[in-house]
Structure formats: structure tokens, C-alpha cells
Design a protein around this ligand. Structure first.
Ligand SMILES: NC(=O)C1=CN([C@@H]2O[C@H](COP(=O)(O)OP(=O)(O)OC[C@H]3O[C@@H](n4cnc5c(N)ncnc54)[C@H](O)[C@@H]3O)[C@@H](O)[C@H]2O)C=CC1
Ligand SMILES: [Mg+2]
Length: 350
């Protein structure tokens, strides 16, 4: 039994306290699993596994949506045995969360070369037939999943990706060893600890008070416009990164900005998207697009953006030749929606 279970099981009549208590005990349970390999291994016995193949999650189609199926440890062991693999491979799995009842959730990639087992990657088509699903590229899968599965699979893919790329110590060149939960890797020869990393990215919706600025990169799907985004440089504050990115990409100077929200984004590697609203100095709204970064940028009226949000279907809009906006799940969409609902939201001096 978990150290924190006693607190979790006590009944409380005041609902908000119970909510907080559940969240706190869950967080502490996950912390315990990350710190204690034995506790984590034990949690695998009653846990649920999400499967990947070469970083593509296993999905099953239900009526209207895709779902990410869970497998028990026993099912996983049977599956590996059927494909002539040893169960040592399960040690490659990473902890990605747990239910309110403390059922731990793990992710395991069956396609990447295993660092725990000598067996090579498992064949995708055979596995798909056996598992009655398909391994779908995350970029395609993400927008067809419910919010919970999308968030879990993003975390899982980001963590599996990080482990796959950090198998060796950059100082000694020796293989590093992951802890049971996959929250770190350690070099056995010099004890350097490597933690999974995210790159901070600012994403800014610039407004001149009545219009907002949208841009597209040549790599975007045809017709899609979004807010300005850019990686933070080392040593920069969030405010400095916003001012620099806006200046670099469209040649404008940010006067005021307001933090909105943040989001983990798994592409191309793990990023922490930090979303802000910004306004530029009045009378200084002439855009100079940096064509090394962007294909196009422009000011859009409130009506144009509100209309695009209402019928945000890339397929029909591509046919009409009109522009379209990032899908609901992307934080850029939330930022644009916020501006449409409250175009004059207050911003702070940058
Ligand atoms: N979730 C969302 O709503 C959105 C997410 N994004 C994400 O934001 C990210 C950044 O946007 P960009 O305009 O491409 O950034 P950017 O404007 O900083 O330009 C990308 C360039 O920055 C350099 N760079 C500096 N640090 C880097 C790092 N840690 N990783 C990779 N490249 C680095 C590279 O030369 C790269 O070509 C993209 O990867 C994109 O996936 C972009 C728009 C919407
Ligand atoms: Mg950019």
C-alpha cells in the first residue's frame, strides 16, 4: 500500500477538500514511483500500458473517434512471449501518469531497439493484427483523440523519444541507465544524471487594438495561419523572447504583453509552448516579413478571424481558398479564440 493511501482513503464531506486531497495524494504517489524503483516495479503489476511502435501510438477505432487501448502487465507478457521476446523489455517502459485510484499508467515502445533486452524491434504489421489496432503517427493521431488520451500520448511519446536519443553519457560515452519510471537516466561510471528536457517556445498573438497578426511558415499545411512562435534563446526571459521573436519575424516592436496559458507540445521535440497576447505601438504597424522564417504574415480583422474560427474545417477552407486556423487542441487556437472573445483584453508593459 502506498505511503499516501491513508490520506486518500479518508472520507471528507466537503467536496473541494476531497478534490484537492485526491490531487495531492495522486501527485505524491507519482513522486514516490519516480523516486523508488521497487515501488514502480510493483505498480507495473497492477498498472496499464499504452503501446507504441517507433514512436507511433497504438490506436483502435471506435464509432466516431480513435481510442488508445490499455494493456495489463499479464497481457503484455503474453504478447511478448507470443512474439518470442523476453519480458526484460518491459523495463524500457516509462511512467506517464496514474488514475485517481492510483492505477499507474506506463508507455512502452515495441519498435525502437531495446536497451534492456537483446531482442530487436518487433514487426509492426504482425503486432497490429494481434492487437486489433494500428500504430498511427502522432501528428495525425493527436487531433482525433479525446483530450485525456491526446495529453497522455503526447507525454508518452515525448518521454520515449527523449530516452531513445539519450542512451549514452555525453561525458564518458558509456551507456546510461534509466530508472524504473523513466524520469531520469544515470551514467554508471561518473554518476551524471540526465533529466528529460523541454525547449521553451513563446507563441504570441500580436494585436494593434482592432486587428490581429497571423502568419504562416512554408512547412504549415496549405492555407493555415497561426500566431507567431519561436524558441527562447539561452539567457532570455519570456518577455525578452516575445519582443525579439516579434521583431525578428515581422519587424514590429511589442509595447505590452499578457501571459495567457502554456502547453506541452511534442513536435518536433518536446517544447513548452508559452502563450501570450501582445500589442504593438500605435502608428507602427507596418509589417516587414522575415522571409527566412515566414512565408507570409498579415493583419486580420476581428470579423475575418471570428468567421474562420466558426468554420474551422481545413478541407472546406482549402477548397474555398480561404485561410484556416490551427485545430482546437493547439494552444494557438486557444489564443486566437481568446482574442476573438475579448479583443481589448488588458496587456502589461513589455
Ligand atoms: N502548439 C501550437 O499551437 C503551435 C506550436 N508551434 C511550435 O513552435 C515551435 C517553434 O516555432 P518556430 O516558428 O519553428 O520557431 P523559430 O521561429 O524559433 O524558428 C525555428 C528555428 O529556430 C532555431 N532553433 C533555436 N532553438 C531551437 C530548438 N531548441 N529546437 C529547434 N530549433 C531551434 C532553428 O534554427 C529552427 O530552424 C515549432 O516547433 C512548432 O511545432 C508553432 C505554432 C503553433
Ligand atoms: Mg517562428
Amino acid at each position: 500500500m502506498s505511503l499516501y493511501c491513508g490520506i486518500a482513503c479518508r472520507r471528507k464531506s466537503f467536496w473541494s477538500y476531497r478534490l484537492l486531497s485526491t490531487y495531492v495524494t495522486k501527485s505524491r504517489y507519482l513522486f514516490e514511483l519516480k523516486e523508488d524503483d521497487d515501488a514502480c516495479k510493483k505498480a507495473q503489476q497492477t498498472g496499464a500500458f499504452y503501446l507504441f511502435h517507433s514512436l507511433a501510438p497504438l490506436l483502435q477505432k471506435s464509432e466516431h473517434q480513435y481510442q488508445a487501448p490499455q494493456h495489463s502487465l499479464l497481457e503484455l507478457e503474453r504478447l511478448l512471449a507470443k512474439f518470442g521476446q523476453d519480458t526484460q523489455r518491459i523495463e524500457d517502459s516509462v511512467l506517464i501518469g496514474c488514475s485517481e485510484q492510483h492505477e499507474a499508467w506506463f508507455a512502452l515502445d515495441l519498435g525502437l531497439n531495446s536497451s534492456s533486452s537483446i531482442n530487436a524491434s518487433l514487426q509492426k504489421p504482425e503486432m497490429e493484427t494481434e492487437l486489433k489496432g494500428s500504430f498511427m503517427e502522432l501528428r495525425k493521431a493527436l487531433f482525433q483523440l479525446n483530450t485525456k488520451d491526446a495529453s497522455l500520448l503526447s507525454t508518452a511519446q515525448a518521454l520515449l523519444h527523449w530516452h531513445d536519443g539519450h542512451q549514452f553519457c555525453s561525458r564518458s560515452g558509456q551507456p546510461t541507465k534509466k530508472n524504473m519510471a523513466g524520469s531520469k537516466r544515470v551514467c554508471p561510471s561518473n554518476k551524471i544524471i540526465y533529466y528529460p528536457q523541454m525547449a521553451p517556445v513563446v507563441i504570441t498573438l500580436v494585436s494593434d487594438g482592432t486587428r490581429c497578426l497571423l502568419a504562416r511558415q512554408s512547412s504549415f499545411p496549405k492555407g493555415m495561419y497561426s500566431a507567431l512562435a519561436g524558441f527562447c534563446d539561452i539567457g532570455e526571459s519570456l518577455e525578452e523572447a516575445v519582443r525579439r521573436e516579434v521583431a525578428e519575424e515581422v519587424g514590429l516592436e511589442v509595447e505590452r504583453l499578457q501571459y495567457s496559458a502554456s502547453q506541452h507540445w511534442p513536435f518536433p521535440n518536446s517544447s513548452l509552448m508559452i502563450a501570450c497576447h501582445a500589442t504593438v505601438k500605435s502608428g507602427q504597424t507596418e509589417i516587414q516579413v522575415n522571409l527566412r522564417e515566414l512565408e507570409a504574415a498579415g493583419w486580420f480583422s476581428h470579423d475575418e478571424v471570428a468567421t474562420a474560427l466558426r468554420r474551422n474545417n481545413p478541407y472546406t477552407q482549402q477548397q474555398n481558398g480561404t485561410f484556416w486556423l490551427p485545430p482546437k487542441l493547439a494552444i494557438a487556437h486557444q489564443l486566437i479564440k481568446e482574442w476573438v472573445e475579448k479583443p481589448n483584453c488588458s496587456t502589461l508593459p513589455a
